[in-house]
Design a protein around this ligand. Structure first.
Ligand SMILES: Cc1cc2nc3c(=O)[nH]c(=O)nc-3n(C[C@H](O)[C@H](O)[C@H](O)COP(=O)(O)OP(=O)(O)OC[C@H]3O[C@@H](n4cnc5c(N)ncnc54)[C@H](O)[C@@H]3O)c2cc1C
Length: 850
């Protein structure tokens, strides 16, 4: 072990070894992996070794697809076999709802490049004769599934990394981490201190403890997990002999079971409801068949062929989860050069993608993919140990349960509340979780239970959201907006700093602008409302969930000379929004200044007392109607709310929730962050043209944006009206077009940083390969029709009475309505759709301007 390295990777499980390999492959060879014991001595050696590409988040699914494709390269480079068995697998649906879920997953696969197929239970049985098909209504076949040898694969990563120049030090626990004033790290190990520019926490089961060495509480929790191996089974041997094939992998949602062939027997694992967190420190766990008995009972009914087999061995091992089950990857906000790649619950499906994304990020400053679904920045301070404990148990026990689009999960709630929480609950609000904050979604009628009936179809909230929207648009409505991100940027350098980060020119004092933010590659990484509130002071509002993500970016670019101060308010600033034609008259009753449209214009900002409380007021709302956003300290929120409600009685004021707000933004064609606008899109693709001022000054991403504009975007964000039946789009549905076989090519939604890759014979090749992962427009064909794009979000626009969707299509199809030419696939049914160029509500913006 040397005394200095560019990077130290802590932990020699599959994830640490993959990170080491990918860093070396990207050209960093002055790197070392330090392992407490032997390689694979954490979760990795227990693993059942299964892999698949399916994931609820399409961007994570792409990284899983990359992982699976990588194994061949890994074997070539390392000379070590991973014992790959690419058997394919089926997911079995036992109910119509589960079949809807599979139809959705299958439809998503159409633009992800996945070749899944919906099949009947009998077809599934032909591939896995141990099942009883009478328990199922259908299935989905995925050819890219299989299993491998977990230890062999981890060793293959390590050998490949060493071949490229990386070092590995075993039996050497990292004891402490201290940061030097220049941001570099002293890594204090049992064998001595190592100095490094970067540290990566790949501590797996011990990732939380490594986080604590630097004062960070990572939201990960280890859970016990069991699978069993049967004795050799004559049925399996007969099947192999007859067909010349191995049995496939099977996932049974109802039984919470996964199963596959292992040697000449069967491996069967379960995500049981009575799940159990790992008792820290106990690495060898005793089997506990009683705990998984309910799942086994269902499993043996569904797979009678397995019920009679003898059990050879039961493995019980721990592995870690984040509260939503996806990994924690990236640089930790507030620290310099401290990286994490942990909480990886499916190391053999995700480890390669995690290693690629993290190494891209460390070496090139960007993960190269849209990795929001696994970015460590997606959790806030509220994701405490208590929160994580409750959420991980919920996630584990629901691993095979359906998550409906209108389903709010109850564990660890409420985490954060505003002063109006009790008032809202008292008014029969159905509450939702918005980045850890309880937020009203809709208001149920008095006397009824405030509860969503979960469904893929329109549900019990439909009529009531409609009423909230209509009353707001016809009269006036009020809603809570505490769940926005709010920042103040101040100091002598504030304006220059913001002009350097944002694409739009900063406003004059008392005015507001809307502005996207780009990374160096000209991709959208933010979308904000900014008001100039003082000579050297700006308020910024943005997406709540992106607070840590954006703070990390702001801090990275903050001048070191103290000329710019950045403050994130979080819940120390809360808000209310009023909207609708009567909102101006209502506000006028509560303030001592003139708020007529002449004196307080659209996109103006003022500080004023509202109902006696000091507030900041923006003359803008996301409803796209005449309206205001009113911001105050929490201590004043109840006062302001009561004043508005009292004064609003004469105008017929109603409360509306987040779902009504999102419905109203749809009929204005407004995009949302993380749905329409994400780091895979350019600003012109995202139809944000009017906010991109290429001529104003040099800003981050300007050159790339100029190139995108000059070349013309390949895709374009559009808004559509869909002839839906009783279900609206949710996001990720394919968009079909009647293009008579025209091929729009593939749009890569990744960056190729030019790192070397290896072809099938182990030779180094450069440039984009399948290993780059994502393809965006694939062109699944059906006669004259092809899949040309995808939906990002949508729903029912209640005021205009239309089902609407937003999404991306090839730019050349985006300029006109295309009536008769588009279809959107909702729950397996292709419904006619047309592009909606002008927003259906207030297309001229007359009402909004007032
Ligand atoms: C029973 C079971 C079945 C599973 N089945 C599958 C499956 O079929 N498919 C799948 O993809 N995944 C499966 N998994 C999950 C899989 O094992 C994990 O996703 C994966 O192993 C995580 O790897 P890791 O590198 O993040 O963590 P780990 O394997 O836990 O590695 C962390 C390493 O860090 C080292 N370390 C910790 N602290 C220090 C320190 N202070 N100094 C130095 N070194 C340190 C540890 O010794 C350890 O080697 C299963 C897990 C279990 C338990």
């Amino acid at each position: 072990m040397k005394s200095h390295y560019k990077a130290v990777v802590i932990g020699g499980g599959v994830v640490g070894c993959s990170v080491l390999y990918h860093l070396a492959r990207a050209g960093w060879t002055d790197i070392v992996l330090i392992e407490r014991s032997e390689l694979t001595s954490g979760s990795s050696w227990h693993a059942a070794g299964g892999f698949h590409t399916l994931n609820g988040d399409p961007n994570v699914a792409k990284l899983q697809a990359y992982t699976v494709k990588l194994y061949k390269e890994l074997e070539e480079v390392s000379g070590q076999s991973c014992s790959l068995h690419l058997t394919g697998g089926v997911m079995l649906a036992d109910s119509p709802e589960r079949m809807d879920f599979l139809r959705l997953a299958h439809a998503k696969g159409r633009y992800l490049g996945m070749d899944t197929e919906l099949i009947t239970p009998s077809e599934a049985k032909a591939m896995f004769p141990l099942m009883d098909e009478k328990h199922f209504v259908g299935a989905m076949w995925d050819p890219v599934e299989g299993h491998l040898d977990p230890s062999g694969t981890t060793i293959a990563y390590s050998k490949a990394a060493k071949k490229l120049g990386a070092e590995i030090v075993l039996r050497n626990p990292v004891k402490e981490l201290t940061q030097q004033p220049d941001g570099t790290w002293d890594v204090i190990t049992e064998q001595g201190t190592v100095h490094a520019e970067h540290v990566v926490n790949c501590g797996g089961l011990w990732a939380r403890e490594i986080g604590r060495m630097v004062g960070v509480e990572l939201p990960v929790l280890a859970m016990e997990h069991m699978y069993l191996l049967t004795e050799p089974m004559p049925e399996v041997e007969a099947f192999n002999k007859e067909t010349g094939r191995e049995m496939i992998g099977v996932l049974d949602f109802k039984g919470e079971i996964y199963t596959r062939q292992e040697r000449n027997g069967i491996l069967l694992g379960t995500y049981e409801k009575a799940c159990k967190p790992w008792d820290f420190g106990h690495e060898l766990l005793a089997p506990d068949l009683d705990r998984i008995a309910p799942s086994l009972e269902v499993g043996f009914r569904h797979f009678p062929g397995i019920a009679n087999a003898g059990i050879k061995q039961v493995i019980n091992g721990p592995f870690t989860f984040a509260p939503d089950g996806n990994p924690l990857v990236g640089p930790v906000q507030g620290l310099t050069n401290f990286w994490v790649a942990c909480g990886v619950m499916a190391g053999f499906s995700q480890g390669g993608g995690v290693g690629l994304a993290l190494s891209n990020w460390m070496v090139n400053g960007d993960p190269g993919f849209d990795v929001w679904g696994m970015d460590v920045a997606r959790w806030g301070e509220w994701a405490s140990l208590r929160y994580t404990n409750a959420k991980v148990r919920e996630n584990y026990s629901r691993r095979f349960s359906i998550r409906f689009p209108n389903e709010e999960l109850p564990a660890a709630r409420p985490a954060q509340t505003t002063p109006l929480y009790d008032t809202m609950v008292g008014q029969n609000a159905v509450m939702g979780d918005s980045w850890g904050l309880e937020t009203p979604l809709w208001f149920a009628p008095k006397g009824s239970e405030p509860k969503d009936i979960v469904s893929f179809h329109r549900s019990n909230d439909f009529e009531h959201i409609g009423n909230e929207v209509k009353a707001t648009r016809d009269k006036v409505g009020i809603t809570e907006i505490a769940n926005f991100a709010k920042y103040e940027v101040s100091g002598t350098g504030a304006e220059d700093f913001l002009n350097r980060l944002m694409t739009n020119k900063m406003p004059k004092k008392g005015r507001i602008v809307l502005t996207p933010m780009l990374n160096e590659f000209g991709r959208l990484i933010g979308d904000f409302t900014i008001a100039k509130t003082g000579e050297e002071k700006f308020m910024i509002w943005g997406s709540s969930a992106a607070q840590k993500y954006h703070m990390r970016w702001f801090e990275k670019h903050q001048p070191k000379d103290g000329s710019v101060r950045i403050h994130r308010f979080d819940q120390t600033l809360v808000g209310l929004s009023i909207a609708g034609p009567k909102s101006q008259a209502l506000l006028q009753k509560l303030v001592d200044v003139d708020v007529s449209s002449k004196a307080f214009k659209f996109m103006d900002f003022r500080e004023m007392a509202v109902g006696g409380a000091p507030c900041m007021v923006n003359r803008i709302t996301y409803t796209g109607d005449l309206g205001y956003e009113i911001w105050m300290q929490p201590a004043y929120q109840r006062l302001v709310y009561k004043a508005i409600k009292d004064a609003g009685q004469e105008f017929g004021i109603v409360d509306f929730g987040m779902r009504a707000l999102l419905s109203m933004r749809l009929e204005k064609n407004f995009p949302t962050w993380f749905r329409e606008l994400r780091p895979i899109y350019g600003p012109f693709e995202g139809a944000m043209d009017r906010f991109i001022k290429l001529e104003k000054n040099d800003f981050v991403g300007r050159d790339a944006a100029a190139k995108e504009q000059a070349a013309g975007p390949k895709l374009k964000r559009v808004s559509m009206i869909v002839d839906a039946l009783d279900a609206d789009v949710m996001g990720d549905e394919p968009i079909w077009a009647k293009v008579n076989g025209k091929d729009f090519g593939t749009v890569e939604k990744t960056h190729d940083f030019g790192a070397p890759r290896f072809d099938g014979s182990g030779k180094e090749v450069r440039g984009s390969t399948a290993a780059q992962g994502a393809s965006a427009v694939r062109g699944t064909k059906d006669g004259e029709w092809s899949v040309v794009g995808w939906v990002t979000s949508g729903g029912y626009a209640h005021y205009v009475g239309k089902s609407m969707a937003q999404g991306y299509v090839p730019a050349e199809l985006a300029d006109n309505e295309g009536a008769g030419m588009f279809e959107v696939e909702i729950l397996g049914h292709r419904r006619p759709a047309r592009i909606n160029i002008e927003p259906p509500f207030d297309p001229s913006g007359e009402k909004m301007r007032g």
